[in-house]
Design a protein around this ligand. Structure first.
Ligand code: ADP
Ligand code: ZN
Length: 441
């Protein structure tokens, strides 16, 4: 038996059995949604889908997709599949890209969710002897309460610190013997910064695991975090619409994110043709919730871009993996007709200094009505060491970065060096892109 299998046997079940469970759950959830959600019946009718033609999970390809705007259009409870007396909680998506989406949860939904988070914690090597500090925001955002419930379910001692108050975070990590911390990766970078300023010694703490998610982060960030603090950093993935964090996580092999696919059935589609792509190929991640009773979603388009990793993981888990989420399709900036991804900018900056560079992208329109793109970044001491130690040579650094950006992306960039700490730090999700462009709707 796997050392940490305990409540996580489902991660290791034989593939045939897993497919069988998915098939049965899918048929049940399809019928449930069809019978209980008028909006869904109308959607199928509009798309000419006969519900009797859905006889196995292979027929899932006949179903239309549900998209974010459908959830906004039915705000707040147009997709509710049960009566309000069965609803025990609401959450809302953080609204990174517009009006929030409200999600109702039944008792069973919360149960499945906390099981998934607990299974992720097991996967991260966390058990009842651990003290888990939750640094995600508590409230409508699913991060705080999601990790909290999952941590309690795993038997950890949970410290509900929430986001912010960095000095107190560091104090509790030391004084309460915190062994695991969960927060956004960008907030943890801020915690590391603060620790450095006050001469905090990570070796004097028991912290050994970091659980980071809710926003994209890179292997470079992982290395930096692990080197600075001596902890092991794990990735946790999820989205409010299908429950919250814990839809998947990366095991100790760190080779992709295992999806709790006995609860959330994944597909990857080509976002242009909307056809499923073969395993291994990149596309948009689509989920079907197999157990949700409050607001079940069938073929929900996440907008997250990734791929299904075809082979089985060395850890022995049979639940499939997706590649880490590097970006979402709505992160893509179109500037003067060219597609620009934050990842491209990040790779240029880390090419100048292999450490981590805080940056923010500003999009604007100039007086001639032309779109402009500016990258503001903090000059690290290493950057100055490479180029010069004289601050007046900042211009040179900015020129080098803007030239490399132009070569990588193919359009002109403005690059501006700001002081250390000049890029606003976030207690939750980092806002990487600030769009000042006036859009005529
Ligand atoms: P919003 O869409 O308003 O940001 P959520 O708070 O539900 O709402 O965020 C879910 C989204 O956050 C996911 O669809 C994904 O884009 C991103 N996300 C969550 N976890 C990760 C992760 N581990 N890596 C990369 N992106 C993530
Ligand atoms: Zn694995």
């Amino acid at each position: 038996m796997h050392k940490y299998a305990m409540n996580s046997a489902a991660d290791f079940m034989p593939v045939d059995r897993l497919r069988n469970i998915q098939n049965q759950k899918f048929l049940k959830r399809f019928r449930y949604t069809y019978d209980n959600v008028k909006w869904y019946r109308d959607l199928l009718a509009k798309n000419g889908v006969d519900p009797n033609s859905i006889r196995s999970i292979d027929d899932i390809v006949k179903l239309p997709f549900i998209v974010k705007t459908d959830l906004r259009d039915t705000y707040p409870t147009g997709m509710l599949a049960t009566s309000m007396e069965n609803i025990v909680r609401f959450h809302a998506s953080s609204g990174t890209t517009g009006k929030p989406i409200v999600v109702p949860y039944t008792r069973e939904d919360l149960d499945v969710w906390s099981e998934c988070v607990a299974r992720c914690l097991t996967m991260f090597g966390i058990d009842e002897t651990d003290v888990l500090q939750v640094g995600y925001g508590y409230g409508l955002f699913t991060g705080g309460l999601g990790l909290h419930d999952g941590g309690e379910r795993r038997g950890c001692a949970v410290v509900p610190a929430s986001g912010g108050n960095t000095a107190r975070h560091l104090m509790f990590i030391r004084d309460l013997g915190v062994s695991a911390i969960a927060c956004t990766p960008s907030y943890f970078l801020h915690v590391i910064d603060h620790a450095q300023k006050i001469g905090y010694d990570w070796k004097e703490t028991k912290l050994r695991v970091g659980i980071f998610g809710a926003e994209p982060w890179t292997d470079g960030m992982r290395q930096f975090i692990e080197q600075e603090t001596g902890i092991v950093a794990h990735d946790i993935y999820g989205l409010t619409e299908v429950s919250g964090p814990g839809v998947g996580g990366d095991c100790s092999c760190h080779a992709g994110i295992h999806i709790m696919e006995d609860h959330f059935y994944p597909e990857i589609i080509d976002p242009e043709t909307l056809k499923p792509v073969p395993d291994g190929e990149e596309g948009e991640l689509v989920f079907t919730t197999l157990d949700k009773t409050g607001m079940p979603l069938l073929r929900y388009r996440t907008r997250d871009i990734t791929r299904i990793i075809p082979d089985q993981c060395a850890c022995g888990r049979t639940i499939r993996r997706i590649g880490r989420i590097s970006h979402r399709s709505d992160d893509m900036m179109i500037v003067r007709g060219v597609n620009v991804f934050p990842g491209q900018i990040e790779s240029v900056l880390t090419g100048v200094d292999t450490g981590l560079v805080n940056y923010q992208v500003h999009l604007d329109t100039n007086d001639s009505g032309l779109a402009t793109i500016e990258v503001k970044f903090e000059a690290t001491p290493e950057m100055y060491a490479t180029f010069t130690s004289e601050p007046e040579k900042r211009d040179l650094l900015a020129k080098v970065v803007s030239e490399r950006l132009r070569q990588t992306v193919g359009i002109g960039f403005k690059a501006t060096v700001v002081d250390q700490g000049g890029i606003p730090r976030s207690e939750g999700k980092m806002q990487r892109i600030v769009d000042h462009r006036k859009i005529d709707l």
